[in-house]
Design a protein around this ligand. Sequence first.
Ligand SMILES: N[C@@H](CCC(=O)N[C@@H](CS)C(=O)NCC(=O)O)C(=O)O
Length: 213
Amino acid sequence: MTYKLFYSPGSAAMAAHAMMIEMGVKAAFVLIDNEKNEQKSATYMKLNPHGRVPTLIYDDNRVMYESAAICEFLTERHPEAKLAPAIGHADRGLYLQWMAYLTNTVQEALMHWWHNEYFVDGAAEQAKVKAKAEERLGKMWAFLDGELAKSGPYLCGSTWYACDYFLAMLIRWTRKMPTPGHTYPHLNKLVRAAMARPAYAQMLKDEGIEQPV
Ligand SMILES: N[C@@H](CCC(=O)N[C@@H](CS)C(=O)NCC(=O)O)C(=O)O
């Protein structure tokens, strides 16, 4: 089985990228330079009509996008990596809950902070969207930190899963915020745990990025 993952440094591809390294799959990691707007090139838009990264090619010519879906798909194809609880496993409900919450709530709030121009026109209105996103994200980090304090150290307890990689990725996206996610003690431990995994450390190196802790 070989794969091609289209990524930009520090993008929503980070979690899948680290997982593919951890799984030891045969893969080509193809750089799409968002700074040069390559994600909107005609060639790339044929693969991903939304012009975003990541995109995964598998089985030679099958194409899929959406980072959380890619992570799920990889865990299904490579169960031996144990990056998701098996179907029917007691952790499975919680695992699915976190994957959905992280991608449809936390990631979406992060989009409002980074790309408020997608939501409203005008600098004053955009500043309001950004401020509201920051307020909402603060509540989410406090909530997640509390959950990890109660039943961590990882999202589903004592086993590290894809959702933890996903959370570590989203926390990196807060590095320019006044109160970044990694300043919460239990989220900090989770980021440190991610960075202690050789695959995550390798992904950061390969993407040429750092993650503050
Ligand atoms: N829901 C998508 C969002 C992907 C996304 O927002 N990708 C960003 C980088 S983190 C991107 O490619 N943005 C470029 C653009 O919107 O032009 C996913 O999770 O895969």
